[in-house]
Design a protein around this ligand. Structure first.
Ligand code: AMP
Length: 214
């Protein structure tokens, strides 16, 4: 199964991907995570990507598409695409990649949430350096501040989770990524879910979509 999780930054794509990996045997392909690893390792791609990521703009379609293509060759099945595609061009190139590899996209789940709630979520978000689990300073606190409940890893605030960058990311989402909702609704594989709920409840909604109950 190939599944895209679509939605603005902060709607819960990463958290839901982790649940799907733990409970449903998926592999998560997060372009944001891959790019952050490239930045950390100071590779050529990381050096180019860093500027865009810091100010909340998108890395070029060409680089991201090449990155996805390489990863897909390594992972044959049950993949969640988290944060990809983010532009119509990426979506069109993705069709070509899948067709070259003889694979098909099964479902696209779009998670929606108001911008004001997204700003609130991202301003207080803490992420585990070890396992990637997200917390919130006020709404979903870890037992010990700065330490992950699950793996004991250090928690940090992403450098692009500051208000200026969040507002840029939301602007980019509305102008460039949101049109993908219309793009995929035409293909009949789009499911719309409300992101304004407890993450476990949203996960149950996703499971229903996967089990074709919605
Ligand atoms: P994310 O972790 O998904 O919020 O992504 C963090 C940042 O990585 C974004 O703000 C972009 O700069 C970059 N990025 C992630 N995925 C993509 C993509 N599919 N296309 C272009 N840039 C991306």
């Amino acid at each position: 199964m190939y599944l895209i999780l679509l939605g603005a930054p902060g709607v819960g794509k990463g958290t839901q991907s982790k649940y799907l990996v733990e409970n449903k045997g998926f592999v998560q392909l997060s372009t944001g995570d891959i790019l952050r690893a490239e930045v950390k390792a100071k590779t050529d791609l990381g050096i180019i990507a860093k500027k865009c990521m810091d100010n909340g703009t998108l890395v070029s379609d060409e680089l991201v598409v090449a990155m996805i293509k390489n990863k897909l060759i390594e992972i044959p099945e049950n993949v969640i695409f988290d944060g990809f595609p983010r532009t119509i061009t990426q979506a069109e190139k993705f069709v070509e990649i899948l067709s070259d590899l003889n694979r098909t996209l099964d479902k696209v789940i779009n998670i929606s949430l108001d911008d004001t709630l997204i700003e609130e979520r991202l301003a207080g978000r803490l992420v585990c350096k070890g396992c990637g689990r997200s917390y919130h300073k006020l709404f979903s606190k870890p037992k010990n501040i700065d330490i992950c409940d699950d793996c004991g890893g250090d928690l940090y605030q992403r450098s692009d989770d500051n208000l200026e960058s969040v507002r840029n990311r939301l602007e980019v989402y509305h102008s460039t990524t949101k049109p993908l909702i219309d793009y995929y609704s035409k293909s009949g594989i789009l499911y719309n879910l409300d992101g304004n709920k407890e993450s476990r409840d949203l996960f149950n909604d996703i499971v229903k979509v996967l089990e074709e109950e919605i």
